[in-house]
Ligand binder design. Sequence first.
Ligand SMILES: [Fe+2]
Length: 388
Amino acid sequence: MGRTRRGHRSQERTKTRKTEYLKPGGVHDQDQRKIRRLTETIRVPTFPAEFLVSARNSKSVRKVIAEQYPTPVADLPCLGVSDDKVLIVPAPPLTEEQQGLVGPAQMALYNLKRPGTTSAMVDFLNDVGPIPFLLLRCSNVLSPVIQARFCRAFDGFVAAKPSSLHSEPTRSSKTAYHFGIWSLYLNEPMVTTDTRQPTKSVKEQAVLIPLIDRLLRLVQKHMMPRARRLILRYAPQQIEILSPVYERVKKVLAKELADRPVLDFGGLWFCVAVKEGCSEIIHLDFNDTHTLVAIIWVVSRENSSWTGGEFSVPQLGGKIPFSGGQMIAARTRILAHCGAQIIGKGRIAFTCFSDSQLVEQTLFGPSSSADKTKGKKRLQDAVVVLGG
Ligand SMILES: [Fe+2]
């Protein structure tokens, strides 16, 4: 007889209950029917493998998409029109030839050449396996009241005239602020410059930093628990793969996390990019890892009215409506994507991701290309500011 939180239960009784649960027409069948009723599944015939192996080059991404998927984004059909359902695009199995292009858990093959690659890590990743979907959209994740709180916090931050050193002309004309932790051409985790605002005076920082922390506290309070539930249900591989990264970040940046606990995203992601509108140019997120999903949220300002902004993915043959309160998890390093044109104002996007350098150097050892050019400059900046 075993002791459970509900008291003592015999093995016999447990077995009987399990049989009852699993019997045809029983609770399990009813649950499965309910899940199917609330889920819209979109199947693609083959795994979109154009960028499973690719150069880090935005121009070539646009060229491949223009040649292989000539339909303009505006003319792509809408997928997932049932707003109240979970939309899922399962990942088709890789062909034998495609399997030869990727490492364990569909990691990029170049990682296996890194000095820290061990058979134990390869076994761990093979055991975890790849995330089973390419894209997932959930609706009504953030209520209008909570969305308005995010908007007020973001507007308050922008009104304080922050600086952003990370422009992204290959994906959007608008600035995205990157908060949290990444490596970005270094072999060590660091707090992003946007989070620290190092070019501002001490007086200006005293205003800006609390405004950033206010926004990130909302991320911790409202996005993290919802994302954790959804990731555990649909992509537990993400948490497992990020687990050693989280342990390393907590160790290396113990002081920074103690000073600013809002930078701790519980190992679900390490960085949040926030921007008004969307990224309107087709692109791959080269800072993401091939194997993991980025988690994107849209929030709407109170009394705003805007249309468009659909998450457009030519490789999936369509665009997915993406409105306030919804969340999309997608393999943004292998699916070229952009936001469709937005008419009107009032849409803010939050993209929660884990920098590929940070993840891959933790799992496979340092990158030989990091710390050389841009890395040196950023390292100096990081040391001066973090040390100061
Ligand atoms: Fe993106």
